[in-house]
Design a binder for this molecule. Sequence first.
Ligand code: FPP
Length: 268
Amino acid sequence: MYVSRPIVKGYPLYLFHAPARYDNFFSSMVDKTPLSLPRHIGIIMDGNGRWAASRNLPRVAGHKEGAVAVNRIVTACRERGIKVLTLYAFSLQNWVRPAPEIKALMSLLGHYLKSERRTILDNDIRLTAIGDLDSLPDSPRKALFDLIVESKDNTGMTLCLALSYGGREEIVSAARALAVRVSSGELDPAAIDVDVFSSSLQSSNLGPLDLLIRTSGEFRISNFLIWSSAYCELYFFDKMWPDFQPSDLDDALSSFSSRNRRFGGIGK
Ligand code: FPP
């Protein structure tokens, strides 16, 4: 079942929390001077299948090349001082894909976590994850939790993998958790506001999304961080995810720094 916090056997919940808390989720955002660098970037890494098809390769070859792109973009974000990077690696809806493709994706995930372990630790990156993590196969799940534990004290950047993740399901789960607190008498319904609701979300500790990047020429959010993307800036690329380069990231960052974020106000 999808849970509002990753209740994972044998692992304390704090391991899945980014160091900083963002309880005053939106109210804290309004007064801030717009930063030229986004604090939290989310990426919908789309187009692996089409990248492969255009080369007459099996879809899995596109995912493998997509994992290579993950390596270089994680490093590039770290080098540029991004504090939180959330990658949409597998959605809850992706489970309907053919079993061999799911198997290959899960195996790639396990392989990535092992092969990039040193890069993550040496670069002071803290790994975390959101989604229905208990639904992952044992091997990548163990590799994921091991690295989450090993990297928990790192502070340079938080890398969050959205795995078996759905934004609407995350919101429903938070609503359910709040309803339980209300029905037990612990919480007054009148006390539920945007900040209280935000802090009940599994992704709350990542803070609001500042910049959402999607590759492959599609203009959709696809159930990714739909709550925390409320005021994010959007940047779409035509190119497929395996072709995504650090210079593309720089283009998105440059565009972001020129945006006038008003959060409903009248701006500067
Ligand atoms: C979307 O492209 C991509 C995915 C569903 C999986 C993303 C996975 C990776 C980038 C590699 C593995 C991840 C990690 C973290 C190591 P698509 O398959 O929907 O492409 P299409 O729209 O062209 O078919």
